[in-house]
Design a protein around this ligand. Structure first.
Ligand SMILES: [Zn+2]
Length: 166
């Protein structure tokens, strides 16, 4: 079983919680789908460094990931940059987005770091649509007919990850 570490920078409690939840939920998905890699906060192995970047707008539903791979396509190291704050437009006005919404974005970037270059449906959607909840806890992102969280990997993403981590 390959191990990949996730090192959280000074990203605030909202992102810290979201990233920890993303690591837990992605590990469960990877087990269930037979993808042979485990993420661990501050764990051993190649590292995904996570930081916030004030130049990424909080209204976007995407971070930015730069990953370097070894000769077999496995991760050597990666940097994930997230917007400082996520906002969502609701019928009652703009407010900070909930932690589940942040988890989906963090997980999306972690999957990029693990080697999923092209975007496609579900978690690896090129375009997420925002679906505000009645409260931040109910905020969702929709993609390819699925609403997230709970996290879900598309079949193409599973195939791609399995081809790298097996
Ligand atoms: Zn993406």
């Amino acid at each position: 079983m390959a191990a990949v570490g996730v090192k959280l920078g000074d990203i605030g409690s909202h992102w810290t919680n979201a990233c920890k939840q993303a690591v837990r939920d992605l590990n469960l998905l990877f087990r269930r789908k037979g993808i042979d890699v485990t993420l661990a906060i501050n764990g051993a192995g190649p590292t995904i460094n996570v930081k916030t970047d004030p130049s990424i707008l909080g209204t976007l539903v995407h971070g930015k990931t730069h990953a370097e791979t070894d000769g077999t396509g496995k991760l050597a190291k990666a940097e994930v940059r997230l917007p400082v704050k996520l906002s969502i437009n609701t019928p009652k006005g703009v407010r900070d987005a909930g932690v589940g919404y942040a988890e989906v974005i963090a997980a999306h970037e972690f999957v990029h770091a693990l080697g999923h270059e092209p975007h496609n449906s579900h978690l690896m959607a090129q375009t997420f649509s925002k679906l505000p909840g009645d409260s931040p806890a109910g905020d969702k992102l929709t993609a390819g007919g699925a609403s997230l969280p709970p996290l879900e990997l598309s079949d193409d993403s599973i195939t791609q990850l399995k081809s790298i981590w097996s």
